[in-house]
Structures are given as structure tokens and as C-alpha cells.
Design a protein around this ligand. Structure first.
Ligand code: ATP
Ligand code: MG
Length: 211
């Protein structure tokens, strides 16, 4: 469950990007956030995943609760345990060079046993038919393939909440279909992965001519 009512102004800007916006996203709901370029979609996701105010400076008022807990009192790592983010520019979120290590990275930080990590990473590539992307240098992948790796990394974390910032930005039609099946799998996660349903926010920019 995501619950927010907030306003935000970047430190070096005169006026706020987000003015008193509020929302409530219950478990199991998938919300698509649409708006023109620059309207504040990424900024809202940063407010939810804690990058605002912990990484991006500015004035944030109001609140954002994840499963009832105020993100103001949580570290980015703690927020990451309930909400996995896929950034608009996937390269900016990679911690390693190897695609399989990248999918394993979050699990290692959670201290999972090596065997469990290996199984989960194998499973991620297998169930989404992306074995061709295993053990690859992420800098030798196309931007769409990198985006798929960051989506698999988020999936592997098995969090209750997923925040996708323009996840189809670099994907071709086939990869977009693949993302669709990943989103369905996340939304209807059946056992043994998790018994709770998943909430997710997807940000999408509208083409300029849609107003
Ligand atoms: N780090 C920052 N410092 C100052 N201003 C910023 C920063 N990041 C974004 N902005 C400004 O905040 C506004 C909203 O930006 P944001 O990235 O949230 O928009 P968006 O809706 O995600 O756009 P797009 O569809 O192009 O991704 C823009 O005017 C942008 O210039
Ligand atoms: Mg954006």
C-alpha cells in the first residue's frame, strides 16, 4: 500500500514541481502515471522511493507511507526492502558489470545464502525466457536489454511494491510484450514466490501531441 500527500520543490528551483498531490494505491493495484515530459512523474517516484529528500535536495512537505510506515524515518535501503525501483535510465542504477551479478546484487545485500541467490537468479532469467542475457557485460547490452536486466533485478527482490519509471522507453515491440508478461507475473504472483499481491506504479510520458 502506498499512501502519499506531498509537495516538493528542488533546491535550485524557485517553484515547486509537485504541488499538494495525493494518492492511495492499495495492494494488488497497478497504476500508470501519465503526463507530459517535465510534469513531475520521475520526481513523484523519487519521493516514494526515498531518493527525495535523501539524494535530491529540496523542500518536501507532507508525507509518504509505504505499508503504513512513513518513509521519512526510513533509510533508502529500508525503503528498498518494500519497494523495488527501475529507473528511467537503467545504466544509472547498475552496481556491477555482469548481468547475472547485477540481478544477484540486491539479494546479496539482503544476506541470502549463495545457493538461494543462484537459484533465484537462474529462475529470473528462465521464467522470462531471457537466458540469452545471462552472464553478459551490461555495457555490451543494448539499452533495451539493460532495461530488462534492471526489471529482472527488481523482480528478483520479491518486494511488495514496484516502481517503474518509463520501463518501455528503450524496448522494442517484442521486449515490450515481454515486459507485459513480467508485469502480469508480478501482479498475479502465485506461490511459491509470494502470497501477497503486489502494488506497482508505472510512469509513462505522453507523446507531445496528446496534450
Ligand atoms: N535534480 C533536479 N534538480 C532540479 N530540477 C529538476 C531535477 N530533476 C528534475 N527537475 C525538474 O523537475 C521537473 C520535473 O521533472 P521530472 O523528471 O520529474 O519530469 P518527468 O515527468 O519525469 O519528465 P519525463 O517524461 O521527461 O521523464 C522538470 O522541470 C525538471 O527540469
Ligand atoms: Mg521522467
Amino acid at each position: 500500500m502506498i499512501d502519499f500527500e506531498l509537495a516538493f520543490r528542488y533546491a535550485d528551483e524557485k517553484s515547486p514541481v509537485l504541488r499538494q498531490i495525493a494518492g492511495n494505491i492499495p495492494k494488488g493495484r497497478c497504476i500508470v502515471l501519465c503526463g507530459n515530459s517535465g510534469c513531475g512523474k520521475t520526481t513523484l517516484l523519487r519521493c516514494i522511493n526515498g531518493l527525495i529528500p535523501q539524494f535530491y535536495e529540496g523542500e518536501r512537505t507532507g508525507f509518504c507511507h509505504l505499508n503504513g510506515q512513513d518513509t521519512a524515518g526510513m533509510s533508502i535501503g529500508e525503503i528498498g526492502e518494500s519497494a523495488a525501483s527501475v529507473f528511467q535510465d537503467p545504466q544509472s542504477q547498475f552496481f556491477t558489470v555482469n548481468s547475472s551479478n547485477e540481478v544477484a546484487f540486491g539479494l546479496e545485500n539482503h544476506g541470502l545464502p549463495q545457493e538461494k541467490i543462484r537459484q533465484r537468479v537462474d529462475e529470473a532469467f528462465r521464467i522470462f525466457h531471457l537466458e540469452r542475457l545471462k552472464n553478459r557485460n551490461v555495457y555490451e547490452l543494448s539499452s533495451g536489454e539493460r532495461q530488462l536486466i534492471s526489471i529482472l533485478s527488481a523482480w528478483a527482490m520479491d518486494t511488495e511494491i514496484f516502481l517503474f519509471d518509463e520501463p518501455t522507453a528503450n524496448l522494442d515491440f517484442a521486449a515490450t510484450q515481454q515486459l507485459k508478461s513480467i508485469l502480469f507475473a508480478l501482479k498475479n504472483r502465485a506461490k511459491p514466490y509470494c502470497s501477497v499481491s503486489t502494488g506497482c506504479i508505472i510512469s509513462l510520458a505522453l507523446p507531445m501531441n496528446t496534450g
